[in-house]
Design a protein around this ligand. Structure first.
Ligand code: UDX
Ligand code: ADP
Length: 482
C-alpha cells in the first residue's frame, strides 16, 4: 500500500471510531442542505467528514440524484469525493428526498439549488433565473416550526438575501429566520482539496446583535477545520458581490491570455513564453494564464452575465460593456478554434471524421455545463463533419448535450479506437491521459494528412510534428508539412 493510501485509511478508521462514539451521543447540530448538486453534495460531505458531532442531511427534489448519492455510483465525479462520502454516509451524513422533514428538523439550512441564466422574459440570457431558489425560500417559510439560520450557498445576484428575508418573514411570523451569505469558491476537479484547505471562507451577514450571533454559529462550523484568520466576515451585499466579482476576475484572466494568444498566432510569438514572462511578475502571478479553447463551466459565463445585468440595471453601461467583453472574447476564442480547423483542412470538413479528445469543460470532472466542446461539436457538425468523441468521465453528459445531432456522433471510451480512421484530432480537455498516449500508433491509424489541434497546449508539438502530424497549438505558430 502506498503511504498516502495508508494515511487515508488510518484517518478514516480513526474517524469511524469517532463517529461511532458520536452516534451514541446526541448530535450537537442539525444541518440541512437543499440541493444535492456539484456544490451542495461535496460541501456537505466535507462538513460531515470534518465534524462528526454534527448531523448533516442533504435533500433534493430529484429522487434519481438522491438514489445515486446513496449508491456506490455517486452522481458526480470528483477526485477524493467517494472516500469522504463513504466515511460518513449513514453515520452523520444522510441523503433524502424528504425536504419538509429536513426543514422541520434542521437548525441551519444551506440553500444550494441551481440558479441558471434566465432563458425567458425580462433579462433573458443575462439575469439569474431565481425560480428554484424562490420555491425553496417559500418551502422553508411554510414548513419551519422553529427558528432557522438560512445560508445562501448558491451564487445569487446581489441583494438576493434581502429578497430571501422578505419571503421568509412574510406569512410565517411564528418563527424567526436569520439569512447569511456564504458563497462557495470550490472549483470542480479540485473540490475536495478546495473544501479541505480553502483560500478563504466568506460569510456575509447583517450587523445586528442577532445576525452576528447567527454568523458566529457558521464561523464555528468552519473553524472545526479552517484557520480563523481565513474566515472573513463582511456585510451581506459585499459577500454576494465578492462571489460574482471573483469569478469575473478569474474569467477575465483567461480571456486576457486568450486574446493575446490570437495575436501570438499572427506574430509568431509563443503564448507559453509570453504567459511565463507575464506571470513571473509577482503582482500578476502565474495562475490562470493557460491559453485554451475557451473557458466553460456552470459559473463563469452565468456570473459575468449576472454582473452585466446588475450594472445595466443601475445604469452603469460602461462597466457592463467592460465585463461583457470577457464573454465576447471567450466566444471569439471558440469560433477561432473551429475556423482554424476549417482553414487548415483545406476549407472543407464535409464527410471528414474528426475525433474530439475530451468533452468535459476541464480535466478531472465529468461536468460538461457550458463546455467549449458543446459549441465546437455543433459547429463541426454544421460543417458536415462526422464526430467521434472520447472522454474518460463525460460521455454520459455529452450524449445528453448533443442528443439532437446524435446521428453524426460516435462515442468511444478508448482514445486509440476513437482516433482510428480520423482526419483530425482536436484536444478539448486537458486530461493527463492524453499527454501520455502512443501518438506513433495513433498517427499510423489515421487518415493522411493527419492533423492535431491542441486546444489545451498539453502535447509535445515538436515530437508530433516529427512523427508526421500537422500540429496546430493555441497561440503558437503551427507546425505543418505543406
Ligand atoms: C470556477 C472558480 O474557479 C471557482 O472558484 C468557483 O467557485 C466556480 O467557478 P470551475 O468552473 O469549477 O470553478 O473551474 P475553473 O478551474 O475555474 O475553470 C473554469 C474554466 O476555465 C475551465 O473551462 C478551464 O479549463 C478554464 N481555464 C482555467 C482556462 O482555460 N485556463 C486557465 O488558465 C484556467
Ligand atoms: P450547483 O452546481 O450550483 O450545485 P446543480 O445543478 O449541480 O448546481 O445542483 C442543484 C440541485 O438543486 C439539483 O440537484 C436540483 O435538483 C436541486 N434543486 C433545484 N430546485 C430544488 C428545490 N426546490 N428543492 C430541492 N432541490 C432543488
Amino acid at each position: 500500500m502506498i503511504p498516502a493510501e495508508a494515511g487515508i485509511q488510518n484517518a478514516t478508521a480513526q474517524r469511524n471510531n469517532d463517529v461511532e462514539k458520536g452516534s451514541m451521543m446526541k448530535f450537537e447540530r442539525n444541518i440541512l442542505c437543499i440541493g444535492a448538486g456539484y456544490v451542495g453534495g461535496p460541501t456537505m460531505a466535507m462538513i460531515a467528514y470534518k465534524c462528526p458531532q454534527y448531523r448533516v442531511t442533504v435533500v433534493d427534489i430529484n429522487p434519481e440524484r438522491i438514489r445515486q448519492w446513496n449508491s456506490s455510483n455517486l452522481p458526480i465525479f470528483e477526485p477524493g469525493l467517494e472516500e469522504v462520502v463513504l466515511a460518513c454516509r449513514e453515520k452523520n451524513l444522510f441523503f433524502s428526498t424528504d425536504i419538509e422533514k429536513g426543514i422541520k428538523e434542521a437548525e441551519i439550512i444551506f440553500v444550494s439549488v441551481n440558479t441558471p441564466t434566465k432563458s425567458f422574459g425580462a433579462g433573458a440570457g443575462m439575469a439569474a433565473d431565481l425560480q428554484y431558489w424562490e420555491k425553496t425560500a417559500r418551502q422553508i417559510r411554510d414548513c419551519a416550526e422553529s427558528p432557522k439560520i438560512v445560508v445562501e450557498k448558491s451564487t445569487l445576484p446581489v441583494k438576493t438575501s434581502l429578497a430571501m428575508e422578505r419571503i421568509l418573514s412574510g406569512e410565517n411570523d411564528r418563527v424567526y429566520f436569520d439569512v447569511l451569505s456564504n458563497p462557495e469558491f470550490l472549483a470542480e476537479g479540485t473540490a475536495i482539496k478546495d473544501l479541505e484547505n480553502p483560500d478563504r471562507v466568506l460569510i456575509g451577514s447583517h450587523e445586528t446583535k442577532r445576525a452576528l450571533k447567527a454568523r458566529e454559529v457558521l464561523v464555528e462550523i468552519y473553524s472545526n477545520w479552517v484557520d480563523r484568520e481565513k474566515i472573513i466576515t463582511t456585510n451581506l451585499w459585499s459577500s454576494e458581490l465578492s462571489k460574482l466579482a471573483a469569478n469575473a476576475f478569474l474569467a477575465q484572466r483567461i480571456s486576457s491570455i486568450n486574446a493575446i494568444s490570437a495575436l501570438c498566432e499572427k506574430t509568431d510569438a509563443d503564448i507559453g513564453e509570453v504567459a511565463t514572462a507575464i506571470g513571473m511578475d509577482s503582482r500578476v502571478g502565474d495562475k490562470f494564464l493557460r491559453a485554451s479553447v475557451g473557458f466553460g463551466g456552470s459559473c463563469f459565463k452565468k456570473d459575468i452575465l449576472n454582473l452585466v445585468y446588475l450594472c445595466r440595471y443601475y445604469g452603469l453601461n460602461e462597466v457592463a460593456d467592460y465585463w461583457e467583453g470577457v464573454v465576447r472574447i471567450n466566444d471569439y476564442q471558440k469560433d477561432r478554434f473551429v475556423l482554424n480547423m476549417l482553414n487548415a483542412m483545406f476549407n472543407t470538413l464535409a464527410g471528414k471524421r474528426i475525433c474530439l479528445f475530451g468533452f468535459a469543460f476541464k480535466a478531472n470532472t465529468g461536468d460538461t455545463r457550458e463546455s467549449p466542446g458543446i459549441f465546437i461539436a455543433r459547429e463541426l457538425v454544421e460543417e458536415q463533419a462526422e464526430l467521434v468523441i472520447t472522454d474518460p468521465e463525460a460521455l454520459e453528459n455529452a450524449r445528453v448535450d448533443l442528443k439532437d445531432i446524435e446521428q453524426h456522433i460516435t462515442y468511444l471510451d478508448d482514445p486509440y479506437e476513437a482516433a482510428e480512421g480520423s482526419h483530425a484530432i482536436a484536444v478539448l480537455t486537458e486530461w493527463e491521459l492524453y499527454r501520455d498516449l502512443d501518438y506513433e500508433r495513433i498517427y499510423q491509424s489515421m487518415m493522411k494528412p493527419a492533423f492535431i489541434f491542441d486546444g489545451r497546449n498539453i502535447l509535445d508539438h515538436r515530437r508530433l510534428f516529427a512523427m508526421g502530424f500537422n500540429v496546430f497549438p493555441i497561440g503558437k505558430a503551427p507546425l505543418t508539412h505543406f
